[in-house]
Ligand binder design. Structure first.
Ligand SMILES: Cc1cc2nc3c(=O)[nH]c(=O)nc-3n(C[C@H](O)[C@H](O)[C@H](O)COP(=O)(O)OP(=O)(O)OC[C@H]3O[C@@H](n4cnc5c(N)ncnc54)[C@H](O)[C@@H]3O)c2cc1C
Length: 399
């Protein structure tokens, strides 16, 4: 692999069989697959000064490995995705756990046996728990809507408690909504876990953290003789999209273009900007070994921030006397700023706008869109890897 900052003088796109825009999961997986599967010479263009997209991690001044764009916890049910990624990294056996800070008490979420006792006291909590076991059985995830349907005042009280203290205020902060703007269907799906397992992804057969780091995993993925990575390059400066053809650096380009950036940006948002939520991430290094007992504590009723992440609790890194934490503040994304668009706002008018942009690249047979920005949808890491594998296999099979 070669990584260079900026394009070399005389960069000639026709020296490459494929141009990949973006060095996050979507772009890096496609680059690797096309280099291996079709012996394509691939140029990866990345506008940031680093690879790995939003999964980028680095060691901060205190020596703590932190995730620059928010905590990333790998988990998947998909064996193909896991097989692919484990070619480039080992994973630790980290099992993610989340606590909610509810009026100063830390309770497991999803709300479980232990949370019931913490919220309602030992005796009542046990009674409620046994009632839940008798009604639903053990180790079941039960949506609060189901609890309400039973017309049992005590179980309705549990549903109300979880709605108010775990879901409502947190969702209002995260999405900037008032209670009446929250979809009752989403609210009804908030689960209570009838059991003791306090892992956030109890069912996922593969989960953990990369043994070294996400960035190291990407370095290995992009380490191939046929792949050249150019950072600090905004592909929009190079691409000219016409109705049925595309130019790169002013020349008609016949190779494959894998585009993982935002489609509205590609067209200078001439139909309007696709809305997102962004996050203000405030990192703080403390002179202590540990700040909180788990990787993530959600602030579900108080504080302006939504959650605090303590990276050492997820990576297992040992750094005596220092720890770095990060608070997340959610707010609307301003497309004219340098903010990062994080969460798609999945509302019908936004999806409609996205479809209009998508329509404009439909006639371009060598232009492929994949990834969270290009598809304007929320993806977990495993989902985007699966989509990129699928797209690359399709391109390879057409050669
Ligand atoms: C706060 C947060 C926490 C998350 N936590 C988890 C988690 O715990 N577990 C999980 O599975 N998933 C998590 N995710 C989801 C995960 O981040 C995504 O699945 C993943 O980043 C998607 O990869 P991607 O390649 O589609 O996009 P990205 O990672 O965003 O990569 C796209 C790349 O394209 C580049 N680019 C865009 N436009 C251009 C251009 N014009 N020219 C050149 N380069 C360009 C960008 O700079 C970027 O590097 C989280 C997401 C967020 C927002």
């Amino acid at each position: 692999m070669s990584i260079a900052s900026g394009l070399p003088e005389g960069f000639n796109p026709s020296n490459y069989d494929a141009i990949v825009v973006g060095a996050g999961y979507a772009g890096a997986v496609c680059a690797r697959m096309l280099a291996e599967g079709s012996s394509f010479r691939v140029a990866v263009l990345e506008r940031r000064n680093h690879i790995a997209g939003n999964a980028y991690d680095y060691v901060d001044e205190a020596g703590v490995l932190v995730h620059k764009y928010g905590p990333h916890i790998y988990h998947t049910f998909d064996d193909r995705v896991h097989q692919f990624l484990t070619r480039f990294t080992d994973f630790t056996d980290y099992q993610h756990k989340v606590l909610a800070n509810i009026h100063g008490t830390l309770m497991p979420v999803p709300f479980n046996h232990q949370s019931l006792k913490l919220a309602f006291g030992d005796e009542k909590g046990e009674r409620l728990y046994h009632k839940l076991i008798m009604t639903f059985g053990e180790n079941k995830k039960v949506p609060i809507l189901e609890l309400r349907k039973l017309n049992d005042p005590e179980l309705s009280e549990v549903a109300d408690y979880v709605y108010e203290n775990v879901f409502l205020h947190y969702t209002m902060k995260q999405w900037g909504k008032t209670p009446d703007q929250i979809d009752p269907e989403v609210m009804g799906r908030v689960p209570v876990f009838v059991g003791d397992d306090d892992r956030y992804f109890p069912q996922a057969p593969h989960q953990g953290m990369p043994a070294v780091s996400y960035t190291d995993m990407f370095e290995h993925m992009l380490d191939h003789d046929l792949i050249s990575v150019f950072t600090d390059v905004d592909a929009r400066d190079l691409l000219d999209v016409e109705q049925t053809s595309i130019k790169v650096c002013g020349q008609a380009y016949g190779g494959e273009i894998i585009y993982t950036g935002a489609l509205d940006e590609l067209f200078n948002m001439d139909l309007g900007a696709l809305p997102y939520r962004t996050l203000d991430m405030q990192f703080e290094t403390l002179d202590q070994d540990q700040f909180q007992p788990v990787g993530t504590v959600n602030y579900t009723v108080s504080e302006d921030f939504t959650r605090i992440t303590e990276f050492k609790n997820m990576t297992g890194q040992v750094v005596p006397g220092k720890t770095t934490i990060m608070r997340e503040y959610s707010k609307p994304y301003d497309p004219q700023s340098s903010q990062t668009p994080y969460y798609v706002i999945n509302e019908p008018q936004n999806i409609e706008l996205y479809k209009q942009y998508r329509e404009r690249v439909r006639g371009l047979i060598n232009f492929h869109v994949v990834g969270r920005l290009a598809e304007y949808r929320y993806y977990d890491m495993d989902g985007v890897v699966a989509s990129a594998l699928e797209l690359s296999n399709k391109i390879i099979s057409q050669q």
